[in-house]
Design a protein around this ligand. Structure first.
Ligand code: 4NP
Length: 597
């Protein structure tokens, strides 16, 4: 096939991958209405789903951003909406699940970055940050809002009831720990709770005056589920009737909650795959990853995907274990055929660190063949056996994808997760390089055809790898990257200032040494930079300065700004497709040509 025809064919396949929707189970509202967030129509919207009818009914007129869990006694759902063209300044809204009628919940509160949102059927609570400050808020639809407590920036409200607002975050100022907070709504006092100083405690859920949360306090590594009675001040490990979850020995949880009769359900994670448990008993789910779930009246509703299969909404009968597809997501034969085997391996890196790596091979590449090393964002995130439009696209285009869960990744225990604190762009860079060389040794990647592509922290890793390990790469694609920590810190709001302070473990003097802009001269491979114009997490301005320096030093690069959108490009599939198309055309030129120059 002529090159032009092949490229056009591949762009059509990218469109299919970019528009394969993502879904989130938001919960069950009144009358058993399942509420789902979905990009089914290209933008992220709220939908109602009648489990017997299997059709998504759109509830929102404008796109949404963050969704609060629905409440089974309420006909209202609560969500945030970006009112700033992607700058992530949001306001809180409610919508009626029957009529779709919307209302603003707190018209008097200024737009802010909202990172935690909860709704108990009556009250709405959230944590928000502006450039100046961060705080927890409480509102009742129609009754106005009030600020409950000032916070330091990286705290998340996770639940509310008539007596308390609860959440978690960095309340001791210790970058290596996370504590729970409990705001008593009668006294407005904020209490900090931790079972052990230095431990990691996350995502408390309320039932009366008891919170269910996960914590690593027992062994300082693996998360386990606990309840804490606020009134009695007593802490207990969750007592489960069945032992399946204990045998699974999870490292972390995706989500958990109570059934109506007070049993605990949980989606537990180990080595990039999940299992669902109710009262400790496994409920059968397909191999891969459950990214969101709700359990209601004898059924579980989950979003399931894997690296090879896009997200579907399933319901599972808790008694029979039978599952039904409520929202399907089918790829064309042409796309499916191109997605190859999934491999999970553990790669030894510097200092004996063991790095878990997921590989998605391409069926349309030779072996060894052209490969893309894909460092994920976060950095406290991971590549699991879970659908990723970027990874799937690269495999469809004919690149083997190697995704290292470098030190600092989630999913492998808290000791591993905390290894990047005080060392971003240090040990994690070694892990990315180790994974690339391993892929060559394994006969997956051709030594001369190693590219690196990442988004956000993954974009930072890409620029870091291209400048500080310049001899490895044929080329690189940096999406929404960090080029200059110092300038980014100066532009940040209260949330991202705190985030950066935690990530650097307080050692902000490391910022110059760990910034790609310091090493522009060392760059050897061509780089493709793609950046959302209105990004407020990884702002464009430092990237423009980085590009000017590339110009001054005569480096080969391309620069694309995606206009009018913010950091979360996956919420707008057209912008995601734009990113994938720029990356595809660049990789086509740099990777397919037999020789450069
Ligand atoms: P992410 O974005 O990778 O999409 O989560 C980030 C934005 C800012 C920082 C890290 C990641 N930061 O450290 O400032």
């Amino acid at each position: 096939m002529a090159v032009g025809a092949r490229v056009l064919r591949e762009l059509a396949l990218l469109e299919e991958v970019a528009f394969a929707p993502s879904h989130v189970v938001v919960g069950v509202a009144a009358r058993g209405t399942l509420v789902v967030g979905s990009t089914a129509e290209g933008h992220y919207h709220l939908y109602a789903l009648d489990p017997s009818q299997k059709v998504l009914r759109r509830l929102t007129r404008q796109p949404v951003h963050l969704l609060a869990r629905a409440h089974p006694a309420s006909q209202t759902v609560v969500f945030t909406r970006d009112v700033s063209m992607g700058r992530e300044l949001s306001k809180v809204f409610s919508a009626d699940v029957k009529s779709g009628m919307e209302a603003e919940v707190a018209p008097d509160v200024e737009p802010q970055r909202i990172a935690g949102l909860a709704f108990d059927g009556k009250r709405v609570a959230w944590s928000g940050a502006t450039r100046e400050y961060a705080a927890a808020f409480l509102a009742e639809p129609g009754k106005g809002a009030e600020e409950l407590a000032r916070l330091s920036g990286r705290e998340f409200v996770t639940d509310v009831n008539e007596k308390y607002v609860v959440g978690f975050g960095s309340l001791r100022g210790d970058p290596f720990s996370m504590e729970l907070f409990i705001i008593d709504l009668s006294s407005r006092e904020l209490h900090v709770f931790t079972p052990r100083e230095g431990s990691t405690n996350v995502a408390p859920k309320l039932r009366g005056d008891t919170v269910l949360f996960s914590s690593d306090y027992a062994d300082g590594d693996k998360m386990r589920l606990y309840t804490y009675s606020i009134e009695e001040g007593t802490l207990r490990e969750v007592d489960l009737t069945y032992r399946d979850m204990e045998r699974f020995d999870p490292t972390e949880f995706v989500d958990y909650g109570w059934t109506e009769d007070g049993r605990v359900w949980a989606v537990a994670k180990r080595n990039g795959r999940t299992k669902l448990f109710v009262d400790g008993r496994e409920v059968p789910t397909p191999p891969g990853f459950i990214s969101s779930a709700e359990v209601h009246e004898g059924a579980a509703y989950v979003v399931h995907s894997s690296l090879r299969s896009p997200p579907r909404v399933l319901s599972i009968d808790l008694e029979t274990g039978e599952s039904r597809i409520l929202v399907d997501n089918r790829l064309s034969d042409e796309v499916s055929r191109r997605l190859g085997d999934v491999r999970f391996a553990v790669v030894e890196s510097s200092g004996g660190v063991k790095v878990p790596v997921f590989v998605l091979e391409s069926r349309v590449a030779t072996k060894p063949g052209p490969a893309v090393i894909y460092p994920h964002g976060g950095p406290w995130s991971e590549v699991a056996d879970s659908w990723s439009p970027m990874i799937a696209s690269l495999a469809v285009l004919g690149y083997h994808v190697v995704a290292p869960n470098f030190r600092g990744s989630t999913g492998y225990g808290q000791k591993y997760r905390k290894m990047d604190i005080g060392d971003p762009g240090g040990g994690d860079l070694q892990d990315v390089v180790s994974a690339a060389l391993w892929a060559v040794e394994q006969g997956i990647a051709e030594r001369e055809k190693l590219a690196i592509l990442g988004y956000s922290y993954g974009g930072f890793m890409t620029l870091t790898a291209l400048t500080r390990a310049p001899d490895i790469w044929r080329c690189g694609v940096a999406g929404a990257a960090i080029a200059d920590w110092r300038e980014q810190y100066e532009l940040a709001d209260a949330y991202f200032r705190r985030f950066t302070e935690i990530l650097f473990g307080g050692k902000l003097e490391l910022m110059e040494e760990r910034s790609p802009i310091t090493y522009v001269e060392s760059l050897k491979a061509p780089v493709c930079i793609i950046h959302p114009q209105n990004d407020t997490r990884t702002p464009l301005r430092p990237i423009m300065r980085f590009a000017s320096k590339l110009m001054e030093h005569g480096k080969l690069f391309e620069l694309h700004v995606i206009p009018g959108v913010g950091h979360a490009i996956s919420l707008d599939r057209r912008s995601l497709l734009q990113f994938l198309v720029y990356a595809a055309l660049f990789l086509e030129r740099e990777m397919r040509a037999e020789s450069r120059g």
